[in-house]
Design a protein around this ligand. Structure first.
Ligand code: ZN
Ligand code: ZN
Ligand code: ZN
Length: 124
């Protein structure tokens, strides 16, 4: 990725990171949706929140840059796009992500399997 600091962008509500075609905000976000909090090679997903329908690389990003309380993605909308793969920038439905095997079904990029431990922060 070269010199990481140059391609990191912080966007705050009501702004958005204009490198992404979906609405997305976060702290020190790189071009593959790593952030100030999660920056390993496999931290390449952003998750959509029910409160603002906006994608964030993690819940700490939401806490830092959104001006409201975070709400997880609602269960009755699990068939709608709710996860962004930062590598190919395709979206997954919540169900595709949760039922998948920690890899992007579009490009094969590996996702952080540890995210499952925090699933209640992101999915109802
Ligand atoms: Zn929100
Ligand atoms: Zn973050
Ligand atoms: Zn992908």
């Amino acid at each position: 990725m070269g010199d990481a600091d140059d391609d990191r962008v912080t966007s705050r509500e009501p702004g958005r990171d204009d490198r992404y075609r979906v609405p997305l905000r976060g702290v020190d976000v790189d071009p593959e949706t790593r952030c100030a909090h999660w920056a390993s090679p496999v931290d390449v997903v952003a998750l959509r929140f029910g409160c603002c329908e906006t994608y964030y690389p993690c819940a700490s990003c939401h806490d830092a840059v959104a001006g409201h309380e975070a709400e997880p993605w609602p269960r009755d909308r699990f068939d709608e796009p709710a996860v962004l793969c930062g590598v190919c920038r395709e979206t997954l439905t919540a169900r595709e992500y949760l039922d998948g095997d920690d890899a992007c079904p579009h490009c094969g990029a590996a996702f952080n399997p540890g995210c499952r431990r925090h699933r209640d922060r992101y999915f109802e």
